[in-house]
Write a protein that binds this ligand. Sequence first.
Ligand SMILES: [Zn+2]
Length: 435
Amino acid sequence: MVLSPPDHPLPRLLAGRLPDPDGGGMLSVRTRRVAIGTGLAAEAPALIGSLDLPAPHALVADPATWAVLGDAVAAALRPSRAVVPVVFARPPHADDAAVAELCQRSAAAASLIAVGSGTINDLTRYTAKLTGRRYCVFGTALSMNGYASENAAITQGGHKRTLAAVAAEGVFLDLDVAAAAPPRLTCAGLGDSICRPTAQTDWLLSHLLLGTPYREAPFALLAADEPHLLAQSEGLARGDRAALACLARTLVLSGFGMAICGSSAPASQAEHLISHWLDMLADPARPPAFHGEQIAVTTLTVAALHEAVLAGPPPLPGPEPLDEATLVARYGDQLGRACWAEVARKRLDGPATAALAARLREDWPTIVARLRAVGRPTAELRAVLERAGAPTRPEDLGLDRATYRRAVLGAREIRDRFTVLDLAALAGRLEELAP
Ligand SMILES: [Zn+2]
């Protein structure tokens, strides 16, 4: 059974009949079919048939995703279509060795079907790109917003890279399978969704203060589901199918928003920078946390930062205190220079700093009102996460307070995105406001 509320933007987007709120006709995405419902394995022949994917199909899975869904999809397809199972012996890393293995083992297949979420999906869509084949995905967990992504995070020669990949022609999310997944995965999906208010506030802040590009479209896609997702977060923990469907639509639409903008900007701002800092620089021996679990915690930090800055006087900027020597001293030669390259791109020179100060002096109440209109109170977001059983504090991620504070203070040093972290730092308030 496929669940799809009447008049939801998702079917209209897929049909190319959803107007672009930023002007310029209709929105469009490369994905042709999204099914969110129950019993999707049994419907696999019809779902694959509707995409007209050529057989034989390589069914790509790891032992766990094969057990929960891959085997059933294969059984449903086999009477009418040739299937080449490619089940990794153990959960693979998204690296060049796994890509090579997948290329070799799927060579006889004409199209690829991923059965899994993060890593399996990244490996499959990147392999599809390398080998010029089409692909779709059966998701096994509602843990991240990358189902509709056209990029893949692959480690090549030890370096994690974001590489161009193929968009899934079909995204099929079975809610019975998602309900049976470990609850931490669903909490991670909620965490990667609940940053919509902080990401939009930061992206709009950069637009209003510096004139960087900004679009309403990605947020218009999410508006119908967000109130229900936040109100029903407790249902996610219980496996409530309506709540899970709401999360599934949010994750898919968040990915479409990024694809439409050609950038992760609508779903990744200061809260993601803090998380990326932790991935790069915190003790690798700390307890493992999913990306979305980190985002749950960092979103609360950034929401509180937004509240504090917007409640105060105009945060008038002083000169950028960071320079290349400081960053090299802090991070070493290679990473320090890479960080400086990022900071230099957003660094405001004297005239730009003066122009920003003038804008803040003249328009601060208007800017505050525009930003508050797209945010949500920290207390509300915290309550939503608590009801779902998601992490809300650094300790919930196994992080000590000193490490977390270094991440909040250092996050603006690793990426060229201008966020509230930069605004607070330039105004001399970040040290005081960071937890
Ligand atoms: Zn994310």
